[in-house]
Design a protein around this ligand. Structure first.
Ligand SMILES: C[S@@+](CC[C@H](N)C(=O)[O-])C[C@H]1O[C@@H](n2cnc3c(N)ncnc32)[C@H](O)[C@@H]1O
Length: 304
């Protein structure tokens, strides 16, 4: 599999698109095993419709996760889904933008206040697939859902404006499982653009993955290669280590704080403990350091 490059494209079965299907498969497993915490009834049928046999078997429960999906991924899917669900439930802003929406079905399953507009931004192939599949299932959005097909490395605000986005109104933004799939400079640009489009009172939820310590990159790659190898043996040919952009990138919380955002967060380790889920093993320490952060922009940026 080739490495990432500018202008590369994908659908839900290939390249970065498959990570959306993997995330949905983890939510399907989490929904079955822990319905009190995660309730994503659309995850399994979406994964099934993508048609990657191994992910369908895992999502449907036909194949037990066993060695094929590390327990930590399922537990992280639980706390992560819950974190963003709670963020949106508590934000109650009438304008919502889900960046890198993938197979996220919040626009169909959360009880949005009347009049909420939810914009979903992702590659056209991913969003068209989700819209078509959920329509075939008879699912109806619970908000005014607007699909914004765009590449987040390019001029996506133009597309967002085209669908009615109003920067004078506060927005609830999320970037869930997205930033590592953007080149470091595209991450900075995205966070700057989000800030510039945010009226005072806007809210944001995302993740902050701390910069790698010596040896971390190699350890992460070895872990991803191990899983990719097991999946390949089951007929799903993916190379997860090649999907993320590696190298130095800005610390998300510092970057946003210098632009006026007031954020708070917890590490995955803290969230797992708060939910009474198993602590991480030695191999997963880097995952444990990832912080889920959310907060508000009290004043417009840059100041007048
Ligand atoms: C790991 S998935 C996460 C999906 C979803 N947020 C979730 O948590 O289930 C990453 C998503 O980001 C999207 N994505 C990555 N890079 C993108 C880009 N340059 N433009 C648009 N979407 C992108 C992918 O298509 C994919 O749906």
């Amino acid at each position: 599999m080739a490495s990432r490059h500018d202008g590369d494209t994908w659908d839900p079965a290939s390249s970065v698109g498959a990570t959306a299907t993997m995330a949905a498969a983890a939510r399907a497993i989490a929904t079955r095993s822990d319905p009190a915490r995660v309730d994503d009834r659309f995850a399994e049928p979406l994964v099934r419709a993508v048609g990657v046999d191994l992910l369908t078997r895992l999502a449907s429960g036909e194949t037990a996760p066993g060695d094929l999906v590390e327990q930590v991924w399922i537990d992280v899917a639980k706390v992560r889904t819950r974190f963003y669900d709670v963020f949106f439930r508590e934000s109650t802003l009438p304008q919502v933008v889900i960046l890198g929406a993938g197979l996220d079905s919040r626009a169909y399953r959360l009880p949005w206040p009347a009049g909420t507009v939810v914009y979903e931004v992702d590659r056209p192939e991913v969003l068209e697939f989700k819209t078509r599949t959920l329509a075939e299932l008879g699912a109806e959005p619970t908000a005014d859902r607007r699909v914004v097909p765009a590449d987040l490395r390019e001029d996506w605000p133009a597309a967002l404006y085209g669908f009615g986005f109003d920067p004078r109104r506060p927005t609830a933004w999320s970037a869930e499982g997205l930033l590592g799939y953007l080149p470091p400079e595209a991450q900075d640009r995205l966070l700057d653009v989000v800030t510039g489009l945010s009226a005072p009172g806007s809210r944001l939820a995302t993740e902050n993955r701390p910069g790698p310590r010596p040896g971390d990159e190699e350890k992460t790659k070895a872990g991803l290669d191990r899983i990719s190898g097991r999946w390949r043996a089951e007929g799903f040919d993916t190379d997860m280590a090649k999907l993320r952009y590696s190298g130095e990138r800005s610390d998300v919380e510092t970057f946003l704080a210098t632009r006026g955002w007031v954020l708070r967060g917890n590490t995955v380790r803290e969230l797992l403990a708060a939910h009474g889920l198993a602590p991480l093993g030695d191999d997963d320490l880097r995952t444990g350091d990832v912080r889920y952060v959310s907060g508000v922009l009290p004043r417009a940026w840059p100041p007048a």
